[in-house]
Write a protein that binds this ligand. Structure first.
Ligand SMILES: *[C@@H]1O[C@H](CO)[C@@H](O)[C@H](O)[C@H]1NC(C)=O
Ligand SMILES: *[C@@H]1O[C@H](CO)[C@@H](O)[C@H](O)[C@H]1NC(C)=O
Ligand SMILES: *[C@@H]1O[C@H](CO)[C@@H](O)[C@H](O)[C@H]1NC(C)=O
Ligand SMILES: *[C@@H]1O[C@H](CO)[C@@H](O)[C@H](O)[C@H]1NC(C)=O
Ligand SMILES: *[C@@H]1O[C@H](CO)[C@@H](O)[C@H](O)[C@H]1NC(C)=O
Length: 449
C-alpha cells in the first residue's frame, strides 16, 4: 500500500470524537454521539421489557443515574431526543406513590439506589423538565423527590451509631448492618435541594442533621475527606476508609446549596473545604477514581462514579459561584481528556475508563459512557440558567406528605438470600461497600492515609 494510505489509516484508527471546548456545537454533537452509544445498552423501551431497567450486569440504580444524566443532557443542550425515553422510565419506576420502591427491586434496593432515581426527579423539577401527563397517575417530579425524602426520613435510625441511614432498606438484605456515606450523603443532598426548591425549613433542618451526624460519626474527616462507611456493630467506629469520588461530590453540592440558601460563612467554608479536598481526585487536572483505577479493580458501579463528581461540581458553580474559577479548569481539562478516550466503535463514541490515559481501553460500558457524558456536558454549565425554585418559575407539582411505602416487601426465603460472593452479585444493588470490606487486602483497593 502507498505510504500515504498507511498514514491515513493510522490517523483514522486513533480518531477521537470531535470535542472543541470553545465550540458549543461541537460539544453538543459529541454529547449526542456519546449518549447514543450509552443507550445502545438500554433495552427497557423495547416491547416486553420494563421501562427503566438496564440488562445485566448493570444494577437498577445505575439506570436511575443514567436518566438523571439525560435530564441534564436536555437542560444543557436543549436537545429533546431522549426526553420521551426518560419520562417513560422515570414514571414507570416511580410507581403510583412516586417513591421509587418497585416491588421487583425489593430484594436489593438500598437507600442509595432509591436516591439516584430521586435525583433524576429532583433535577427534572429544578429544570422544569416536561411534567408527567396526568393520565399516568403518578405524582409530579417534585412530589416524587418529596416521596423519597419522606420514606428516608422515616428510616433515620437513632438506635445505632446515634443516627444515620442504614445502607439497606430491608432487614433481610445484606448490608442492613452497614451505614454508608453515600446513602447519607444522598439524603443530605436531596434535603438541601428540597429546602431550596420549596423554601420549607423542615428540609433544611434535616440537611443540617445529616451533615452533623456525618461529621460526628467520623465518615467525614476534619479535612473534608469521606470514608465509605462502617458497620453498626462497631457503633460506626471501624471505618472502611475507601474514598470514592461520588461521596465527595454528593456532599459538595449539598453544602453549596445550603450556602446559597443561608449565605452563611459556615456553609461557604464547608463548600470550599470539600472542594479543596476533592483535589486528591485529580492528576494533572484530570479526574480519576484513585481507589481503583491505578490497580485496575474498578467494578461495574464504580466505573460511573466520576461522572457524579463532575455533575455535582458543575452544579456547585451555580449554587456557589465563588467556586467557578477553581472548578471549571478541572472540569474542562478532564472533559478534554475524557473526549480523547472516545475513539471506540463506528462513531468514535465509545469512551475509555481512565481519562488520564487519554486513550480507549476497548470497553463498551454504560458506566464509562455515563461518566464521559457527565464530564463532557458539565462544561456547558455556565451557558444555562440556574435551577428554578418554587418562587422562580418552577412549576412541578409537589406533595409534602407523599410517599406511602407501597406494598410490603416480599420476604426472601433464607436459601435465596444474597450472599456476598462474585457469583451472586448479579442483581445486587450498590455492592461496593461490602465488597470493599471483604476484598480489602486481597484484590486491592487503594486506601490512602
Ligand atoms: C416487575 O416485574 C414484572 C414481571 O417481569 C413486570 O411485569 C412488571 O412490569 C415489573 N414492574 C416494574 C415497575 O418494572
Ligand atoms: C415524544 O412523544 C410525543 C407524544 O407521543 C411526540 O409527539 C414527540 O414527537 C416525541 N418526541 C420525540 C423527541 O421523540
Ligand atoms: C482552600 O485552599 C486554599 C488554597 O488552595 C486556601 O487558601 C484555603 O484556606 C482553603 N480553604 C479551606 C476551607 O480549606
Ligand atoms: C445563589 O445562586 C444564584 C443562582 O445561581 C446566584 O445568582 C447567587 O449568586 C447565589 N448566591 C450566592 C450567595 O452565591
Ligand atoms: C414541610 O415539609 C414537611 C416534611 O415533609 C411537611 O410535613 C410539611 O407539611 C411541609 N410544610 C409545608 C408548608 O409544605
Amino acid at each position: 500500500m502507498h505510504l500515504l494510505c498507511h498514514i491515513l489509516l493510522l490517523i483514522v484508527a486513533v480518531q477521537a470524537i470531535d470535542y472543541d471546548l470553545d465550540n458549543p456545537a461541537s460539544i453538543k454533537a459529541a454529547l449526542h454521539s456519546i449518549a447514543t452509544q450509552m443507550l445502545t445498552h438500554y433495552t427497557g423501551n423495547l416491547p416486553g421489557d420494563n421501562p427503566g431497567n438496564l440488562p445485566d450486569p448493570y444494577y437498577w440504580w445505575e439506570a436511575g443515574a443514567m436518566f438523571s444524566a439525560l435530564i441534564d443532557y436536555w437542560y444543557l443542550t436543549s436537545d429533546p431526543s431522549f426526553n420521551n425515553l426518560t419520562l417513560q422510565a422515570l414514571t414507570w419506576q416511580a410507581g403510583p406513590s412516586g417513591s421509587f420502591m418497585p416491588a421487583n427491586q425489593t430484594r436489593t434496593e438500598g437507600n442509595d439506589d432509591q436516591s439516584f432515581w430521586a435525583f433524576a426527579a429532583m433535577s427534572a423539577a429544578e429544570r422544569n423538565f416536561p411534567d408527567p401527563p396526568p393520565s399516568l397517575g403518578v405524582p409530579g417530579w417534585l412530589g416524587m423527590a418529596q416521596a423519597v425524602f419522606n420514606t428516608q426520613a422515616a428510616r433515620w435510625d437513632t438506635e445505632t451509631c446515634g443516627g444515620g441511614l442504614r445502607w439497606q432498606i430491608f432487614t433481610f438484605n445484606n448490608g442492613w448492618t452497614y451505614k454508608n456515606t453515600i446513602s447519607n450523603g444522598c439524603f443530605f443532598n436531596l434535603a438541601a435541594r428540597l429546602a431550596m426548591y420549596t423554601g420549607n425549613q423542615t428540609y433544611a433542618d434535616w440537611a443540617v442533621r445529616v451533615w452533623d451526624w456525618t461529621a460526628e460519626v467520623g465518615f467525614m474527616t476534619d479535612g473534608y475527606r469521606f470514608w465509605d462507611g462502617a458497620d453498626v456493630g462497631s457503633a460506626c467506629g471501624g471505618w472502611n476508609r475507601i474514598e470514592w469520588t461520588y461521596n465527595t461530590g454528593v456532599y459538595l453540592l449539598g453544602a453549596a446549596v445550603m450556602y446559597n440558601l443561608t449565605e452563611s460563612p459556615t456553609w461557604r467554608s464547608r463548600t470550599q473545604g470539600i472542594l479543596n479536598a476533592s483535589m486528591v481526585f485529580f492528576q494533572d487536572d484530570v479526574m480519576y477514581e484513585r481507589a481503583c483505577e491505578p490497580v485496575d479493580t474498578c467494578e461495574v458501579d464504580q466505573r460511573s462514579f466520576k461522572g457524579y463528581l463532575a455533575r455535582w461540581m458543575a452544579a456547585t458553580t451555580q449554587m456557589a459561584p465563588f467556586t467557578f474559577d477553581q472548578v471549571m479548569p478541572k472540569l474542562r481539562t478532564s472533559a478534554k481528556a475524557a473526549a480523547e478516550t472516545c475513539t471506540g466503535g463506528a462513531n468514535h463514541a465509545a469512551c475509555g475508563l481512565k481519562w488520564t490515559d487519554r486513550k480507549w481501553d476497548g470497553m463498551d460500558d454504560v458506566g464509562i459512557q455515563l461518566a464521559a457524558l457527565e464530564v463532557m456536558q458539565s462544561t456547558l454549565i455556565s451557558r444555562v440558567d440556574p435551577p428554578v425554585t418554587h418562587d422562580t418559575g418552577g412549576t412541578s407539582q409537589g406533595n409534602p406528605g407523599g410517599g406511602e411505602p407501597g406494598p410490603p416487601p416480599v420476604p426472601v426465603p433464607e436459601g435465596l438470600r444474597i450472599e456476598i460472593t462474585d457469583a451472586d452479585r448479579a442483581g445486587a444493588g450498590l455492592m461496593t461497600a461490602v465488597m470493599g470490606l471483604i476484598v480489602l487486602g486481597s484484590t486491592g483497593w487503594l486506601v490512602y492515609e
